[in-house]
Design a protein around this ligand. Structure first.
Ligand code: DGL
Length: 363
């Protein structure tokens, strides 16, 4: 007896009704309801860039083509999700500002609150992808997937990486497996957690790395494979809320190097910085010529976070400086540009150093 036979009907009639059901499923678009709804928010960057020739992979112009063109260039997106596009900005990401972040974060939260949005992809310049991703990791108030993606080669280049990166990002954003993982970054068939990823090469398609703390997983054949969860709180589990924020406190970064002087630090303080990230050499060491200026700044009320320019490892509290005595904060494993983001958000909640240090050990 054919397994496909509907009880008490001839096999031919059974096959007819099954074929009819399949046809109706396709014609009514019912299959579309089985696909997730993914919003693509475009902000510019190289993924939207154009070059003079197909071999122009440097010296191109970023942020030239719009979100509709990005989507049209990848018809395969329709296989993994129902996508809609929105052009939030059209900028090269080195020009991203705190105001852009607040606008983007509020838009993401508004869209994710909609029941007809299952996930969001943000196309973005690679220069500050890690920063925007970490900011959103702290302020998005949904467990739905948010995936940042870009390209290291412009859309006009031979073997442009944008289309496959975009396809992968949409597949991840529409996947139930990505729910609750925090904000993710998808590049080069790899999936990274927002907190720990950084851009590690100026031009190659494998630029995004999470060198020591490890990838979240891979994307292969339109399916994400996760092998880790992040140990740090994010999204719905953070204490940060930007809904009523129209500005972020000014926090600047002082870069450490041999022969450095306090000139840059003094200029930031004079310009009104509420916090300073000291991107020190090694384990956040303080040069003899600069330490007094940092102590004076703290005494005047500016918060000081000791970070490291090194890239990997724990910035140890009370290691290269007596943070307890100086009332400084240690950045843990956050790089300077991410430490800046956390300190800005921390200062919207507290002026207590111990509370700020807790946040650096929590997020
Ligand atoms: N101007 C850089 C940016 O928009 C280009 C780098 C890129 O997007 O890959 O971040």
């Amino acid at each position: 007896m054919s397994k496909l036979r509907i009880a008490n009907l001839s096999p031919h009639l059974s096959h007819f009704f099954l074929a009819l059901a399949a046809l109706l499923f396709v014609l009514t678009g019912a299959h579309a309801q089985t696909r997730p709804n993914v919003m693509i928010l475009a902000t510019g960057g190289t993924i939207a860039g154009t070059g003079a020739t197909s071999t122009t992979t440097v010296g191109y112009t970023a942020a030239k083509i719009g979100v509709d063109q990005l989507i049209a260039a990848v018809p395969e997106l329709a296989k993994v999700a129902n996508v809609k596009g929105e052009q939030v900005f059209q900028i090269a990401s080195e020009s991203m500002t705190n105001e852009h972040w607040l606008t983007l974060g509020k838009r993401v939260n508004a869209l994710l609150a909609q029941s007809d949005v299952d996930g969001i992809v943000i196309t973005h310049g690679t220069d500050t992808t890690e920063e925007t991703a970490y900011f959103l990791n702290l302020v998005v108030k949904s467990r739905k997937p948010v995936v940042l993606v870009g390209a290291m080669r412009p859309s006009t280049a031979l073997s442009a990486d944008g289309p496959i990166n975009l396809y992968n990002a949409v597949a991840i954003a529409g996947s139930r497996d990505a729910v609750g993982k925090g904000v993710l970054v998808a590049f080069n068939d790899q999936i990274h957690f927002a907190r720990d990823v950084s851009k590690t090469n100026t031009s190659t398609p494998d630029a995004f790395k999470t060198p020591e703390l490890g990838l979240a997983g891979y994307i292969q054949g339109g399916k994400p494979f996760f092998y880790r969860t992040t140990a740090r709180k994010h999204t719905v589990d953070t204490e940060f809320d930007i809904a009523n924020l129209n500005a972020l406190p000014q926090v600047d970064i002082v870069y450490g190097y041999a022969n450095m002087s306090p000139v840059a630090l003094d200029a930031f303080i004079a310009a009104g910085a509420k916090g300073i990230i000291h991107a020190g050499v090694g384990n956040g060491s303080l040069a003899a010529r600069v330490k007094p200026a940092l102590i004076a700044a703290r005494k005047k009320g500016t918060f000081i976070v000791r970070a490291s320019r090194v890239g990997q490892g724990i910035l140890a509290r009370n290691g290269e400086a007596n943070d307890d005595e100086l009332d400084f904060v240690a950045a843990d494993t956050l790089n300077p540009q991410k430490a800046r983001i956390l300190l800005m958000l921390a200062l919207t909640k507290t002026n207590n150093t111990a509370e700020i240090q807790r946040m650096f050990y929590t997020y």
